[in-house]
Every structure is written in structure tokens, then in C-alpha cells.
Design a protein around this ligand. Structure first.
Ligand code: NAP
Length: 282
């Protein structure tokens, strides 16, 4: 496994396993398979309603806690300072863990500036090792930087070769964030997966198109956690460390015309505010 070092000095595995849109039953079945296949980095969220199952699957896997890297995310109704402190404890309780490796604010709405202090205190209390943001644009990231005594270590945004986020990364290069890409394979987007350049590079390297795309992410310095419930995909998605794309091949992929996928609205859409009762998990 390859690791990146975050701006707080902690290390993060560059490839992980995401559990978005997985039922608790799916998580309990497939997460132990993923851990057995070598995945040590797990990306979940309060809003995925499967943290209890993630905790059970970790226990069932027999993996040592210190060998795993576990991320969760808080939703905006829990950002106000006091609520944020309670939500961090509730997250740990659902996961049945003593600490999180990474905790993110999931969506850029509500009292995220106020809540950041609770995130920092959780780091000082040993409840969370690293903290970061998801789906925040540049000006909202800078609002956090203006108040931070511990700055975000990670920014998680949607990212794939047709939306490489180069402008956002360049604008914030001085902050030395680790960039995480959600929907790293475009969530199965056929228009992405069928681009001729990937087919050509897959043939040349004796790899599959998803492996070429995941390898591009690795060489871009992104952290990704593709989701799959297919054990063959689990194995092949992790089999990307025995070949390298050349500079010319990376440049060809980076020349792919860009398009916007999910454009995060400036104001909160109604669905952000719930009802979000994370104690109700099947
Ligand atoms: N912060 C946020 O707002 C946010 C939003 C969305 C997602 N995320 C995170 O990002 C993670 C990844 O997103 P995602 O899972 O939805 O998108 P994804 O990883 O880009 O794509 C998953 C899809 O690709 C398929 N797939 C995976 N490996 C494959 C392979 N080797 N060959 C062919 N098909 C393959 C899967 O189907 P099979 O099961 O059939 O393999 C699944 O349909 C999530 O689990 C979550 O942790 C974060």
C-alpha cells in the first residue's frame, strides 16, 4: 500500500474502500472481504447510515485497529459547536471505536466555522487524528483557514479524469492539503469509462480501464476509495501498483476535455436539513 503524508504529519493510505450506498447487510458481508483483500482505509459517513455495520465488520475482520484508517463525516445539522461535540462522540459510539483517523465536514452549509473548534478539540482529546472538509469550494475552505488553529488536512471532492479539479488544487497548493476524490470511477459513468484513450492504455499496459483510471489518480497524488461489492473488482482495483503511466500518458489523460459533474450549490439544498436521525440504522 502507498501512503501520503498529510500537512499534520499523519499518514493516509492512498487507496481505500468506500461504503456509500451500501446497506448494513452489504457492509457486514463485503467490508471484511475488502479488508482480507488488503484494503486498510475505509470511507464512511453519518449520512450513509451504516456506521454500526462498519464497526461490526471491522471487529469481524479480525484486523488490528492500528492497521486500519477509518474516516467518517458529519452532516450540517451537527456543526454548531455543542452539537458537533456530541455528534463526534455519537459517531465513535456507532462505530464502536476509540478514535477516528479522519473526520470531515461532509457538506459546506450551516455553522461550519463555529463547529471547526469542536473538530480541533476532538484532535486535542485524541478522539480524532486528522480533520478535513468535503465538497467545500475555495472561498468556504478559506473561511475555515481564517479561524483554524489546526487546518484541514484533507479536502474530499468529486474527482475523475473528466473533472480533475486542477484549478481548485492549484488555487490552494500552498496549503498542502491531501486531495481525496469521490466517485473516482465516475460512479460507473459510461461516457468516462468508454473514452478511447483508456482503452488504448489498458491494452498497452495489460490492465483494465478502471485500473488505468485508478492509476491516474495515484500518480495525480489523489486518495481514492472506489466502491465495489464484486470481489473480482475489489482485487483488480487494488492491483495498480505494478505499473506506471508515463509522463506523456498522464498528459494525454490530463488533456481530456473537462466537464462539471455535481456542482455543489452555494446555498443548502432542502435535503441537507434532514430528517437525519443516525441512531436509526438497520
Ligand atoms: N464526500 C461525498 O460527498 C461523497 C459522495 C459520494 C461518494 N463518496 C465516497 O466515494 C466512494 C466511491 O464512490 P462510488 O462508489 O459511488 O463511485 P465509484 O467508486 O466511482 O464507482 C462505483 C461503481 O463502479 C463500479 N466498479 C467499481 N470497481 C469496478 C471495476 N473494477 N470494474 C467495473 N466496475 C467497477 C461499481 O460496481 P460493482 O459493485 O459492480 O463493482 C459501482 O457501480 C463512496 O463509497 C464514498 O466513500 C463521497
Amino acid at each position: 500500500m502507498q501512503y501520503l503524508t498529510m500537512n499534520d504529519g499523519n499518514k493516509i493510505p492512498q487507496l481505500g474502500y468506500g461504503v456509500f450506498q451500501m446497506s448494513s447487510a452489504d457492509v457486514e458481508k463485503h467490508l471484511p472481504e475488502a479488508i482480507a483483500a488488503g484494503y486498510t482505509h475505509i470511507d464512511t459517513a453519518n449520512a450513509y447510515y451504516n456506521e454500526v455495520a462498519v464497526g461490526k465488520a471491522i471487529k469481524a475482520s479480525g484486523a488490528k485497529r492500528e492497521d486500519l484508517f477509518v474516516t467518517s463525516k458529519l452532516f450540517p445539522q451537527d456543526y454548531p459547536y455543542q452539537k458537533c461535540k456530541a455528534a463526534i462522540d455519537a459517531t465513535l459510539e456507532r462505530l464502536d471505536l476509540d478514535y477516528l483517523d479522519l473526520l470531515l465536514f461532509h457538506q459546506p452549509y450551516g455553522e461550519y466555522v463555529d463547529g471547526w473548534r469542536a473538530m480541533e478539540e476532538a484532535v486535542c482529546e485524541g478522539k480524532v487524528r486528522s480533520i478535513g472538509l468535503s465538497n467545500f469550494n475555495e472561498h468556504k475552505i478559506r473561511q475555515i483557514l481564517d479561524v483554524a488553529t489546526i487546518k484541514p488536512a484533507v479536502i474530499q471532492v468529486q474527482m475523475n479524469p473528466r473533472w480533475n479539479q486542477h484549478p481548485l488544487k492549484a488555487a490552494l497548493a500552498d496549503e498542502h492539503f491531501v486531495w481525496e476524490g469521490w466517485y473516482p470511477l465516475g460512479h460507473g459513468d459510461k461516457a468516462l469509462l468508454s473514452l478511447p484513450v483508456f482503452k488504448e492504455l489498458a491494452q498497452k499496459h495489460g490492465k483494465s480501464v478502471p485500473q488505468i483510471i485508478l492509476r491516474w489518480h495515484m500518480q495525480e497524488g489523489n486518495v481514492v476509495f472506489p466502491k465495489t461489492t464484486n470481489p473480482a473488482h475489489m482485487a483488480s482495483n487494488a492491483d495498480i501498483f505494478d505499473f506506471e503511466l508515463t509522463d506523456d500518458e498522464m498528459a494525454r489523460i490530463n488533456a481530456i476535455p473537462q466537464r462539471t459533474y455535481y456542482s455543489v450549490p452555494e446555498e443548502a439544498p432542502a435535503w441537507v436539513w434532514g430528517p437525519n436521525d443516525y441512531s436509526k440504522q438497520a
